[in-house]
Write a protein of this length. Structure first.
Length: 159
Protein backbone atom coordinates (compact mmCIF):
# COMPACT_ATOMS: atom_id res chain seq x y z
CA UNK A 1 0.00 0.00 0.00
CA UNK A 2 1.31 3.41 -0.88
CA UNK A 3 0.49 7.07 -0.77
CA UNK A 4 -1.47 8.08 -3.84
CA UNK A 5 1.19 8.71 -6.47
CA UNK A 6 -0.43 11.80 -7.94
CA UNK A 7 -0.61 14.77 -5.57
CA UNK A 8 -4.12 16.15 -5.38
CA UNK A 9 -2.88 19.48 -6.77
CA UNK A 10 -1.84 17.71 -10.00
CA UNK A 11 -5.27 16.24 -10.78
CA UNK A 12 -6.67 17.79 -13.94
CA UNK A 13 -10.20 18.29 -15.16
CA UNK A 14 -12.37 17.64 -12.14
CA UNK A 15 -9.95 19.36 -9.74
CA UNK A 16 -10.07 22.94 -8.51
CA UNK A 17 -7.71 24.43 -5.92
CA UNK A 18 -8.98 27.22 -3.70
CA UNK A 19 -5.55 28.82 -3.49
CA UNK A 20 -5.19 28.42 0.27
CA UNK A 21 -4.62 24.67 0.64
CA UNK A 22 -8.03 23.18 -0.07
CA UNK A 23 -8.68 21.16 -3.21
CA UNK A 24 -12.09 20.28 -4.62
CA UNK A 25 -12.47 17.13 -6.70
CA UNK A 26 -15.66 15.94 -8.41
CA UNK A 27 -15.83 12.42 -9.78
CA UNK A 28 -18.44 9.96 -10.97
CA UNK A 29 -18.04 6.28 -10.30
CA UNK A 30 -20.19 3.41 -11.53
CA UNK A 31 -21.60 0.69 -9.32
CA UNK A 32 -19.08 -2.09 -8.74
CA UNK A 33 -15.95 0.08 -8.87
CA UNK A 34 -13.48 -0.46 -6.05
CA UNK A 35 -10.87 2.12 -5.11
CA UNK A 36 -8.34 -0.22 -3.56
CA UNK A 37 -6.60 0.52 -0.28
CA UNK A 38 -4.61 3.74 -0.57
CA UNK A 39 -3.85 6.93 1.32
CA UNK A 40 -3.34 10.59 0.51
CA UNK A 41 -0.94 13.26 1.67
CA UNK A 42 -3.99 15.41 2.39
CA UNK A 43 -6.93 14.88 4.75
CA UNK A 44 -10.26 14.51 3.01
CA UNK A 45 -13.98 14.78 3.42
CA UNK A 46 -15.49 12.08 1.20
CA UNK A 47 -19.09 12.71 0.18
CA UNK A 48 -21.39 11.24 -2.45
CA UNK A 49 -24.17 13.67 -3.31
CA UNK A 50 -25.91 10.77 -5.10
CA UNK A 51 -25.49 7.04 -4.72
CA UNK A 52 -24.05 4.86 -1.98
CA UNK A 53 -20.52 3.78 -1.16
CA UNK A 54 -18.76 1.80 1.52
CA UNK A 55 -15.62 3.27 3.05
CA UNK A 56 -13.23 0.98 4.89
CA UNK A 57 -10.43 2.10 7.24
CA UNK A 58 -8.43 0.15 9.83
CA UNK A 59 -11.05 1.10 12.46
CA UNK A 60 -14.14 0.03 10.58
CA UNK A 61 -16.37 -0.16 7.57
CA UNK A 62 -19.14 2.34 6.94
CA UNK A 63 -22.09 2.34 4.60
CA UNK A 64 -22.24 5.90 3.30
CA UNK A 65 -25.47 7.07 1.63
CA UNK A 66 -25.96 10.73 0.60
CA UNK A 67 -26.91 11.79 4.13
CA UNK A 68 -23.47 10.77 5.46
CA UNK A 69 -19.85 11.67 4.75
CA UNK A 70 -16.54 10.30 5.98
CA UNK A 71 -13.62 12.30 7.30
CA UNK A 72 -10.33 10.56 6.45
CA UNK A 73 -7.17 12.06 8.00
CA UNK A 74 -4.01 12.44 5.93
CA UNK A 75 -1.96 9.27 5.44
CA UNK A 76 -4.73 6.99 6.72
CA UNK A 77 -5.27 3.91 4.60
CA UNK A 78 -8.76 3.50 3.25
CA UNK A 79 -10.66 1.91 0.39
CA UNK A 80 -13.99 2.74 -1.23
CA UNK A 81 -16.49 0.33 -2.75
CA UNK A 82 -19.15 1.88 -4.97
CA UNK A 83 -22.45 0.14 -4.18
CA UNK A 84 -24.61 2.34 -6.44
CA UNK A 85 -23.52 4.88 -9.06
CA UNK A 86 -22.16 7.87 -7.16
CA UNK A 87 -21.54 11.56 -7.72
CA UNK A 88 -18.55 11.96 -5.40
CA UNK A 89 -17.55 15.39 -4.12
CA UNK A 90 -14.32 15.35 -2.13
CA UNK A 91 -12.70 18.19 -0.25
CA UNK A 92 -8.95 17.66 0.32
CA UNK A 93 -7.17 19.70 2.99
CA UNK A 94 -3.39 20.25 2.97
CA UNK A 95 -1.72 19.65 6.32
CA UNK A 96 -0.63 23.32 6.45
CA UNK A 97 -4.28 24.37 6.09
CA UNK A 98 -5.32 22.04 8.91
CA UNK A 99 -2.52 23.33 11.14
CA UNK A 100 -4.04 26.81 10.86
CA UNK A 101 -7.48 25.44 11.82
CA UNK A 102 -8.21 26.13 15.50
CA UNK A 103 -10.11 22.88 16.09
CA UNK A 104 -7.94 20.57 14.00
CA UNK A 105 -7.44 18.07 16.90
CA UNK A 106 -10.94 16.71 16.31
CA UNK A 107 -9.88 15.92 12.75
CA UNK A 108 -7.05 13.55 13.74
CA UNK A 109 -9.15 10.40 13.45
CA UNK A 110 -11.62 9.09 10.93
CA UNK A 111 -15.33 9.44 11.58
CA UNK A 112 -18.68 9.42 9.83
CA UNK A 113 -20.74 12.56 10.00
CA UNK A 114 -24.42 13.10 9.32
CA UNK A 115 -24.64 15.54 6.44
CA UNK A 116 -27.04 18.29 7.44
CA UNK A 117 -29.01 20.07 4.76
CA UNK A 118 -26.68 23.04 5.27
CA UNK A 119 -23.55 20.92 4.77
CA UNK A 120 -25.08 19.25 1.70
CA UNK A 121 -25.90 22.59 0.07
CA UNK A 122 -22.50 24.03 1.06
CA UNK A 123 -20.64 21.16 -0.60
CA UNK A 124 -22.77 21.43 -3.73
CA UNK A 125 -22.19 25.19 -3.85
CA UNK A 126 -18.43 24.61 -3.80
CA UNK A 127 -18.80 22.70 -7.06
CA UNK A 128 -21.36 24.92 -8.82
CA UNK A 129 -18.85 26.65 -11.08
CA UNK A 130 -18.77 30.02 -9.32
CA UNK A 131 -15.06 30.40 -8.64
CA UNK A 132 -15.14 33.64 -6.63
CA UNK A 133 -12.30 33.19 -4.09
CA UNK A 134 -14.08 35.06 -1.27
CA UNK A 135 -17.25 33.00 -1.72
CA UNK A 136 -15.26 29.77 -1.94
CA UNK A 137 -13.31 30.63 1.22
CA UNK A 138 -16.52 31.29 3.13
CA UNK A 139 -18.09 28.06 1.88
CA UNK A 140 -15.03 26.04 2.92
CA UNK A 141 -15.13 27.61 6.39
CA UNK A 142 -18.85 26.85 6.65
CA UNK A 143 -18.27 23.23 5.59
CA UNK A 144 -15.58 22.82 8.27
CA UNK A 145 -17.81 24.37 10.93
CA UNK A 146 -20.57 21.92 10.00
CA UNK A 147 -18.04 19.09 10.03
CA UNK A 148 -16.95 20.02 13.56
CA UNK A 149 -20.59 20.18 14.65
CA UNK A 150 -21.15 16.73 13.18
CA UNK A 151 -18.04 15.42 14.95
CA UNK A 152 -19.35 16.70 18.29
CA UNK A 153 -22.78 15.16 17.61
CA UNK A 154 -21.24 11.77 16.79
CA UNK A 155 -19.04 11.75 19.88
CA UNK A 156 -21.72 13.00 22.28
CA UNK A 157 -24.13 10.31 21.03
CA UNK A 158 -21.46 7.64 21.56
CA UNK A 159 -20.79 8.76 25.15
Amino acid sequence: MNIAETPIAAIRGSHRATGDGVHLVARRYRKGIRLDTHMHREAQLVYAAKGTMQVTTPKGRWLVPPDRAVWVPARLEHSIDVLADIEMRTLYFDLAWLAREDRSESLDCEFVVRVSRLLHETILALFDGHGNPDRTGLLVRLAVLELHRGFRDVHSAAA
